[in-house]
Structure formats: C-alpha cells, structure tokens
Design a protein around this ligand. Structure first.
Ligand SMILES: [Fe+2]
Length: 396
C-alpha cells in the first residue's frame, strides 16, 4: 500500500520508498519505523511517499485522525536541517566576500563550526544526509559544510584535541574558498574541461590560500586550503608534494574532500554509494594515505568488498559483498586467527550483532608483508572448502 510519508506512523513496515533506498537516510532495504524521528528523517530526505506492508506492520490510521504534520516531523528530525540552513547565510556571505576580494572574517563561522560539531556528535550521519539534497548552485557551500562535518567526525575518531577538531571543521568550511575566483561557467560545466579551464580550476587552492593570508585563521586552515588536492605519491596539485611532506590535516582533507564529492549528486553524474566510494578510493593506489583511509573507513563504518577487517573473535577476514540490508555488516570470509597466528580453514561469517561483528580495518601488508596481495586474491577466489592459502604472518 502506498501512503504519503507525512501520514506514516511508528510501527509501520516500510517495503520501499519513493526514489529508491539510495534517496533514503536509511541504509537498508526494509525498515520498521521505530519512532516519529524515523518518519521525520524520511520527510527531511524529501521522500514524499512510501510503500508499506500491512501484513508485517501497522496500517494507516483512519482518515479522521491526525497524521504527523510535516512541520512536527521536520522539527523532530533534530538540528541537522537547522545547521544547514544556518550555514547558508554565513557561508554565502563568506563566499561573496571572497569573490569581491575582501578579507575573510572566519570568526563569523565559529557558531557554525560549533553546531556542526554538536550535530555530528548526536548523529554522525544526520548532516551528511541533509547535504545530499543539493542543487547545482549550492554545491560549493554544501560541499564545504559536508567536508567540515566529515573532518570534525574524522578528527574525533582519530582522538585529536578539541581545538584541533574545531580548527579542522573551520578548515573544511573554507577549503574551497578559492573556487569563488573560478568563473561559474567553468565551475558548473558538465562536459570535460579544456586545458585552459582545467588550469583555472587547478589554481583554486592557491587562490584560496592567498585570500586567507590576510586573515588570522589558524595555520591548519591555510594548510588544508592549499594542499587538499595533493596526493601521497606526489602526483597531486598544486605542488606535487609527496608522503610525509603533507601534514596530517592535508592528508585527512584529501580523503574527506573526495569522499563527499563522489557520494554527491551532481548534474552530470549519479552519486556512488558510500560502500562503492570507499572501495574505489581504496583501489586508487598512491592517491591517499592508506592508513588514514582505513581509519576513515572505520569512522564511516562501511567496509567495502575486498577490505581486510578484524572480527570481534580476533580473526582476520576479507569482506565479500556489500552487506545487503545493512552495509555496516557485510558478509566476510575469515582466514586467520590473530592470537595463535594460525591460518584457518576459510569460513564465511555473518557480521551483524548476532554474528561476529567487525571491529575495524586492518592492513594486509602489516600482517603478511609482500605476500599480501597474492594471499588476498587466493582468499577471495577460493571456494570456502579449499585448503587455506600458504602464507606466514610477519605482523605481531
Ligand atoms: Fe578543492
């Protein structure tokens, strides 16, 4: 039965949603609405209609009763939307100042960094869900808010200090400020850019850095602005700095910037799912700091196919698929016991709460040295009845 989302109520079993589950703030195929907050999340994501299964959950109320009003539902959705709305004015003023060549007064962004920090603390995905609803014109400021939120969450995950966390949030908000010097026609072009246009776009880190020189922003803000397009193999821009010549903040911002860009809806492309994005980013050797990317994947909580993970049982396993109903709990194949350093018969394991949950990412080269890639292929391609692959652990 199809109903208006605004008429939904807790206890309903949602079979499907308008626009498909990619459009929904819930990363699963089926959903029982647990609370008004769940309904609010659907409404907030712009989902107007849902299909419910009344055999598996409650049905709609009789027409005489009051459905949950849109306003009430949106209010219940928490502060995420408010944070984005609040950011609009502050960010657009900032960008306008930059466009006019005025000095950037970053203090105006301090309350915004605070509310993003609080929003991320409440629900690390809330803000990112909202920022998926972006139009072409709004791309740069919403991308900036999203990168700020990702950097705040990532910095927290890495255990950085409160000052470092908020400085990185500010850095995320301002990292693309130099885009204001790029003509809109180039910025919004859907086709490929010619060499001259590409050169203009690639100049935005230095433009932004120059804009920030006059202000008293923390050093890390200028650092992120200038270096967020560098790569650890030295093939990024503008300077081609490699490895540890890039600060932690620069390497973190490269990960967050690309992750938000590829998971965003743009006029000329469909967004990648988070799992897809992380899997592809992991396959781009030399682009990101591999240890930081692994930590970022732990922060997002979605381990892509082919990733090496540690299970609660202290076994190492490879992720086999995307997790179906719950991308945070994909099927895995366990092959190595950490306490005894012993290879195990290949075993397929469920990683949901009832199974053997994933504790975090691991690096194959740390555990198995040079033989890792061969071993990964053997584990992934073997039938689970086959003998375990030959390998010897070199990690501790
Ligand atoms: Fe950029």
């Amino acid at each position: 039965m199809t109903i208006k989302t605004s008429a939904a109520r807790p206890g309903m079993y949602v079979h499907s949603v308008e626009g498909g589950w990619m459009a929904s703030p819930f990363w699963r195929k089926h959903l029982v609405l647990a609370s008004a907050r769940d309904i609010a999340k659907l409404i907030e994501a712009g989902i107007g209609e849902i299909v419910i299964d009344t055999d598996k959950g409650v049905g709609p109320l009789v027409p005489a009763s009051q459905p949950l009003s849109v306003a009430a539902a949106v209010e219940l959705a928490g502060g995420a939307r408010a944070v984005v709305e609040q950011s609009r004015g502050a960010m657009l003023r900032m960008f306008a100042d930059a466009r006019m060549g005025h000095a950037i007064d970053h203090r105006a962004l301090a309350p915004l960094v605070d509310s993003i920090t609080q929003s991320v603390a409440r629900d690390r995905r809330a803000l990112l869900t909202v920022t998926r609803l972006r139009s072409k014109d709004e791309y740069t400021w919403l991308h900036s808010v999203a990168v700020g939120a990702l950097l705040i969450g990532f910095a927290r995950h890495l255990g950085l200090t409160d000052t470092e966390v908020s400085d990185l949030g500010l850095a995320g908000l301002l990292h693309d400020i130099g885009k204001m010097a790029v003509p809109s026609a180039v910025l919004e072009k859907t086709g490929s850019l010619d060499p001259a246009e590409l050169a203009v776009v690639r100049h935005h880190p230095e433009k932004g850095h120059a804009l920030l020189l006059g202000g008293d922003v923390p050093d890390v803000v200028r650092d992120v602005c200038l270096h967020h397009h560098e790569r650890v193999d030295g093939r990024g821009y503008p300077f081609g700095l490699a490895g540890d010549r890039l600060s932690l903040a620069a390497r973190m911002s490269a990960v967050c910037d690309v992750y938000d860009a590829v998971t965003s809806q743009r006029p000329y492309k469909r967004p990648w799912t988070p799992g897809d994005a992380l899997a592809r980013m992991q396959s781009w050797h030399g682009h990101f700091d591999p240890e930081l990317l692994a930590a970022f994947i732990d922060h997002i909580g979605i381990h892509p196919p082919g990733a090496l993970v540690r299970l609660r049982s202290n076994r190492l396993a490879l992720v086999l698929g995307t997790g179906g109903d719950d991308p945070t709990a994909p099927p895995v194949r366990a092959f190595f016991d950490i306490p005894t350093q012993a290879r195990l018969p290949l075993t397929e394991v469920a990683t949901d709460a009832a199974g053997d949950p994933i504790l975090g990412s691991e690096r194959g080269a740390y555990w198995f040295g040079m033989s890792w890639e061969r071993m990964r292929t053997a584990v992934l391609t073997a039938n689970s009845n086959d003998a375990p692959p030959p390998a010897r652990a070199v990690g501790a």
